[in-house]
Design a protein around this ligand. Structure first.
Ligand code: PLP
Length: 376
């Protein structure tokens, strides 16, 4: 099948397999590679559940997601931005991944073109391929944001959608309001992926929904609340696409896990506290990461301003970033995410998830430095 050739497995999956194999052989690996925040929110939310509370959760739920959860999300946007977004515009999905898939399936026909960041979250490319559309990779400027001038040159009659990711994975680049306005003015359908928005260290990230209600906004409980295992995400759907998006959601998996939705409502009740503690924890770890990079002579690609990733430049080392990451596991039992998945040519960095326990950062960074000295 042609698709088998087109859709490449992620290097990160292979790294995770190597970690599992090493652990099974008795040598656990320090995980700095995953995309989950490792911050533990369980002391801050009561997730205990009596059987009766789960009684409504044993059958299919509302296609759009529980109304109580959608009302709480609507209240969150009202409190945070003063926005009036009706609960009926929220579509609860299986993570932001589910929301991205639904948005792309809603907007695209086979052969349409989608603009993506040249260095960005690799799942965008796979999803675009899955709907039979074409990826157009747009260059980033020195701040790792879309280069608007270059972007305009890429637009053709077939360009339908642009994916915007602020703060971005992997760089953590945060778009300002004027930058978002410039993207909006391109006249394309926008899918704004905002899963790291609440983790901007200086609180500066804005939502596309502050500018317009005519484009898809995608968000998730995975990153901001460190709850990737719940698989709860959502899309804020433009009115004109509401019916199509809902039908696609129903076709894909009827309703999103009801037990997880019930527990997600409790998370929103503790929103302010959770976000405050999570950010404080991440900022301390970010500082530790930067101090240790400095002390060990590791070059960071840029100072992280959002989220929980730091990028270490490995461009001076010989093989590609995947081979390097694989050798690092074998020799030092430290797993990092290689830049190999994020763009072509390989941008040649290690993405470090610094949301792990601080001791792991302290132990691992000198090992990464020692390793890079042997391959540089
Ligand atoms: C930019 C970005 N968007 C979407 C997702 C998917 O998140 P979820 O766990 O909610 O499916 C991720 C996860 O790594 C991500 O980094």
């Amino acid at each position: 099948m042609a698709r088998d050739n087109a859709i490449e497995p992620l290097a990160l999956d292979k790294i995770l397999d190597l970690c599992d194999a090493s652990a099974a052989a008795g040598t656990p690996v320090t995980d700095l590679c995953s995309g989950s925040s490792m911050y533990d929110i369980t002391p801050l939310v009561d997730f205990s559940c009596a059987g009766a509370e789960l009684a409504p959760a044993i059958r299919y739920g509302e296609l759009q997601g529980r109304e109580t959860l959608r009302v709480r999300l609507s209240e969150l946007y009202a409190n945070e931005y003063g926005l009036d977004i009706s609960p009926s515009r929220f579509l609860i999905t299986d993570g932001a991944s589910g929301a991205l898939a639904i948005a792309l399936m809603t907007l695209l026909d086979p052969g349409d073109q989608v603009i993506l960041p040249a260095v960005g979250f690799p799942i965008y490319k796979t999803l675009v391929q899955m709907v039979g559309a074409e990826c157009v990779f747009a260059p980033l400027d020195e701040e790792f944001k879309y280069d608007i001038g270059a972007l305009r040159q890429l637009i053709t009659k077939r360009t339908r959608v642009i994916i915007v990711n602020s703060p971005s994975n992997p760089h953590g680049a945060v778009l300002t309001r004027p930058e978002m306005e410039q993207l909006l003015a391109l006249g394309l359908d926008v899918i704004s992926d905002e899963v790291y928005r609440l983790l901007a260290h200086d609180h500066s990230a804005i939502s596309f929904s502050e500018l317009t209600d005519r484009h898809f906004v995608v968000d998730s409980f995975s990153k901001a609340y460190a709850l990737a295992g719940f698989r709860i995400g959502y899309a804020i759907v433009p009115a004109k696409y509401a019916s199509t998006a809902r039908t696609i959601k129903a076709t894909l998996n009827v309703s999103t896990s009801l037990p997880a939705q019930i527990l997600a409502e409790r998370v929103l009740q503790r929103h302010d506290t959770l976000i405050h503690h999570h950010r404080t924890y991440l900022e301390a770890n970010r500082d530790l990461f930067l101090d240790l990079c400095r002390a060990n002579g590791l070059a960071v690609v840029l100072r992280p301003t959002a989220g929980f990733y730091g990028l270490i430049d490995v461009s001076a080392a010989a093989p590609d970033s995947f081979e390097l990451a694989r050798d690092l596991i074998g020799r030092y039992h430290v797993a990092v995410c290689p830049s190999f998945d994020f763009g072509r040519p390989d941008p040649r960095f290690f993405r470090i998830n610094f949301s792990c326990p601080p001791q792991h950062i302290q132990d691992a960074l000198p090992k990464i430095a020692a390793f890079l000295k042997t391959v540089g």
